[in-house]
Design a protein around this ligand. Structure first.
Ligand SMILES: Nc1ncnc2c1ncn2[C@@H]1O[C@H](COP(=O)(O)OP(=O)(O)OP(=O)(O)O)[C@@H](O)[C@H]1O
Ligand code: SF4
Ligand SMILES: [Mg+2]
Length: 317
């Protein structure tokens, strides 16, 4: 564990029991499979991958909202309890969602919603509302505290969600697709706001997105996820210049090329079901470089450079 390690996720797995739609048979879906990583103080760490690969499940476990089936999360080296207002970790981790409505009560004024995380800290109502108004001004929404969520645009609601997340001055904020529902022009404003707020309050971000361009804009380090596993994890500049994993390469060409190129690059075969992940390397059915060994043996991590690791039999440093 490095000096600046804030959050450590150790071999986190999450399984969900699901029923087969046609036969009613009980099955187990492994949404996250033995994922380990650390988040350093003040860092912005990206998590990218296609829909359904387990990003939100991992994010919710990382901030204590969901209990892992296996593995452990540590904050400052201590096991993180599940989110609860009385725990020592309360307020130190926050989450921002794609849909800000999920954290804003439509019947509460926005100042009351923003102020809510301070209630458990014994701050008086008047002081809470005052602090909420000040935070709203910092995110560019001065004097709006008495209004209700439906009076705001999607971008403004996300500003309110950012203000709410910052109220307890958390050390970690998990941002789960915070701009995916917004128009491109508004996306850039919210990303800039998140950068400004990081400069001001220094939280570490675990920044989740299916869009490599967005993650590349925000994060110095990027983890690539596929079918519940991490396949590559490295510094943004290394990954963008010479990604080592064929899946990262496919994501990159998808994010850089035209829509048609993107589809050609990614759609070599369908995304397998997480209920029946492929044996060997999970990416082998879609990998242009797959060889016989890939079908029977899962690759282990290889180190390519400082803070750069990849899971592919043929990755070379
Ligand atoms: N409560 C649940 N019960 C059963 N299956 C679940 C549950 N939550 C998630 N899953 C399944 O776990 C897998 C991972 O889901 P998750 O929402 O973490 O993916 P994601 O990468 O965040 O996807 P998206 O980009 O669409 O948000 C999916 O196959 C999903 O259907
Ligand atoms: S291990 Fe094989 S199948 Fe997996 S990414 Fe590398 S080359 Fe492709
Ligand atoms: Mg998600």
């Amino acid at each position: 564990m490095s000096e600046s390690s804030l959050l450590q996720c150790q071999k986190l797995s999450k399984t969900f029991p699901v029923k087969n739609r046609f036969f009613g048979k009980k099955l187990t879906l492994k949404a996250v499979d033995a994922v380990s990583f650390t988040l350093d103080k003040g860092e912005c760490l990206g998590l990218v991958g296609e829909s359904g690969c387990g990003k939100s499940t991992l994010g919710r476990m990382a901030c204590g909202l969901l209990a892992p089936s296996q593995g452990e999360v540590r904050l400052f080296g201590k096991p993180l309890p599940l989110a609860n207002a009385q725990s020592w970790a309360a307020g130190r981790l926050q989450m921002i969602f794609q849909d800000p409505f999920s954290s804003l009560n439509p019947r509460m004024t926005v100042a009351a919603s923003v102020a809510e995380p301070l209630a458990a800290r014994g701050v008086s109502r008047t002081e809470r509302l005052q602090a909420a108004e000040e935070m709203l001004a910092l995110v560019g929404l001065a004097g709006v505290g008495k209004r209700y969520p439906h009076e705001f645009s999607g971008g403004q609601r996300q500003r309110i969600a950012v203000a709410r997340a910052l109220m307890t001055r958390p050390e970690v904020i998990v941002c789960d697709e915070p701009v995916s529902a917004l128009d491109a022009s508004v996306q850039a404003q919210i990303l800039n706001l998140l950068c400004d707020m990081q400069e001001q309050f220094a939280p570490a971000y675990l920044f989740i997105s299916h869009d490599l361009n967005v993650v590349g804009f925000m994060c110095q380090r990027i983890m690539v996820m596929y079918l519940g596993r991490l396949l590559e994890d490295g510094p943004r500049d290394e990954l963008f210049a010479h990604a080592a994993h064929p899946y990262t390469q496919a994501l990159l060409s998808a994010s850089q090329g035209s829509k048609e190129q993107a589809e050609r690059a990614l759609l070599q075969g369908d995304l397998p079901s997480p209920l029946h992940p492929p044996k060997g390397c999970v990416f082998h059915p879609r990998c242009p470089r797959a060889e016989e060994i890939c079908l029977r043996q899962a690759p282990t991590w290889r180190t390519l450079g400082q803070n750069w690791r990849v899971r592919c039999h043929f990755a070379q440093s």
